[in-house]
Design a binder for this molecule. Structure first.
Ligand SMILES: Cc1ncc(COP(=O)(O)O)c(C=O)c1O
Length: 501
């Protein structure tokens, strides 16, 4: 059993690291240490005006007594402990290079050289990069896929069980929940399936750092049985960009010492104190006021969703999708709008919102526009958005070329049958000598690139995989239809990098 989350103990309203950095930063000590701007006195005046003096005073290095040196637990150690308590974890590692750093560390710790791991096919690119660093060997589990909207969901417990039954033994299973669209997988059942096979379950919950902090939200992965999780707290919960948390349960399934070592390996020896302090502060706000802030945001979001659903041609993708394969719960802090019936693409709606109202959305695809809300979302812009969207849809004429250029039937085809395992490890493919060849000549060679069309956002090629005629044909069709190829060295898909012979 994981530790019970503690949101309301007497220490959660404190922020020990933030307070210690503030005390040192503001007391006027003489600084004969890095950073060279010396608390702002030596900084460029323009930077000084832009950031303000407090940010520069609080930009302090590691190893300052009273912050992260001194009797244990130091304020830094306390801050990580309080975050672990809030999420119901045994340990939390503060990350200053995002969830990306956490994925790299997890691969180094769990998917070492030649070890087999299960991995959701559309995991974040940092997972494949993690395998490039670690030398682990993936077996991929396909996510559920909705061809209508061109949207990938979570993996099902059944798909995970089927993959566990083949190959292995597996050192870990890595899944993603929720998706970019806020759809959460059945983490509880996935944990049961993985544990029955003796495999730890790691959930990339980058998009769900607020899960478990309000009754209307999906549960936190650790409380649903996962052994470790990532929380990109900067995405929703309000820490500064590039800060995140890796959380794990000490239940004997994972080597926490190996994870700690790996986190250090992929971390600078000069982690940014502003990022770390923002993690401490965001944890405090989440634990102490999160439920109330989330409650307000959820209620205003519901109002906005109702108003958006009344706009001719706009439909909401959300709660009613729960129960479809790969969707066990959803995140009300995401507003996913299906705009197909307006005659416009999501790209056109997003562009017009920007041009007319200076509104920037998180994501646009051919069929949808996705708004991401923060835990303490300002209410007024959210109350206004349905009006702005309605006016935008009314005024914007479909650009003939944009619509004609998008062959939706091609874009929404499920990706071609993809191999479960690469022919050579991602590490060998990435580090080996490679050459760019015309795509037709790449057939039968080993790709050194990861290429994913967006939509559907599921990688069609990963480093180490054999290039097939079917995959080349599919990617060519995507480019012709107007989809963007993520990760491709040549976005026009004229050439592809493959392992040199
Ligand atoms: C599922 C998932 N995991 C990890 C990451 C990386 O997170 P970060 O930007 O915090 O490094 C992202 C980024 O969007 C993501 O979507």
């Amino acid at each position: 059993m994981p530790p019970e989350p503690q949101h309301t103990n007497a220490e959660q309203p404190t922020a020990p690291y933030l307070e210690a950095v503030t005390a040192y930063g503001l007391r006027g000590s003489t600084r004969f240490h890095v950073p060279g701007h010396k608390g702002g006195g030596g900084a460029d005046p323009g930077l000084h005006s832009a950031l303000g003096s407090a940010a520069l005073l609080l930009d302090v290095p590691q190893d300052i007594r009273g912050i992260d040196v001194g009797p244990s637990p130091t304020p830094y150690e306390r801050a990580e402990q309080l975050a672990a308590q809030a999420y119901g974890a045994s340990h939390c590692w503060f990350l200053t290079n995002g969830a990306t750093q956490g994925n790299h560390a997890l691969c180094l710790a769990l998917a070492g050289l030649g070890k087999h791991v299960l991995m959701q096919r559309n995991s974040h690119a940092s997972m494949i990069d993690g395998l490039v660093l670690s030398g682990g060997l993936p077996r991929f589990v396909a996510p559920e896929y909705d061809p209508e909207l061109g949207m990938a969901h979570g993996v099902t417990p059944e798909a995970l069980a089927a993959a566990l039954a083949e190959g292995g033994p597996y050192a870990a299973a890595f899944i993603v929940s929720p998706t970019y669209y806020g759809m959460a997988a059945d983490v509880e059942a996935c944990a049961e399936v993985a544990h029955a096979a003796g495999v730890p379950l790691v959930v990339d919950c980058a998009w769900g750092s607020h899960f478990g902090f309000h009754a209307d939200l999906p549960g936190s992965p650790l409380q649903l049985g996962a052994d470790a999780m990532l929380a990109s707290t900067h995405k929703i919960v309000g820490s500064l960009t590039q800060s995140a948390m890796l959380l794990a349960v000490d239940n004997g399934r994972l080597d926490l010492g190996a994870i700690a070592r790996a986190v250090r390996l992929v971390r600078s020896t000069s982690p940014n104190s502003l990022l770390l302090a923002s993690l401490d502060a965001a944890r405090r706000q989440l634990a102490v006021h999160g439920e109330l802030l989330l409650d307000r945001t959820i209620k205003v979001a519901a109002r906005a969703r109702e108003a958006i659903a009344r706009i001719p041609g706009c439909a909401i993708v959300g709660e009613q999708w729960v129960g479809r394969p790969g969707i066990a719960a959803w995140d009300p802090l995401r507003i996913v709008i299906d705009v197909r019936q307006t005659g416009l693409t999501g790209y056109e709606v997003a562009g017009a919102l920007q041009a007319s109202y200076d509104i920037y959305v998180e994501l646009a695809t051919h069929s949808t526009v996705v708004l991401v809300l923060g835990m303490g979302q300002p209410v007024e812009p959210l109350d206004r958005v349905a009006h702005d969207l309605a006016e935008t849809v009314k005024r914007t004429k479909p650009s003939r070329s944009a619509v004609a250029g998008l062959d939706l039937s091609v874009l929404t085809q499920p990706p071609a049958e993809l191999p479960a395992e690469p022919a050579v490890s991602p590490r060998e493919a990435f580090l080996g000598a490679s050459e760019a060849v015309p795509v037709s000549a790449a057939i039968g060679r080993i790709s050194t690139e990861a290429v994913a069309g967006y939509p559907p956002g599921v990688p069609t090629l990963l480093p180490g995989e054999m290039v097939t005629a079917e995959v080349v044909g599919y990617l060519k069709a995507l480019v012709t239809a107007g989809a963007r190829l993520h990760g491709a060295a040549d976005p026009t898909f004229g050439t592809l990098r493959v392992l040199a012979r």
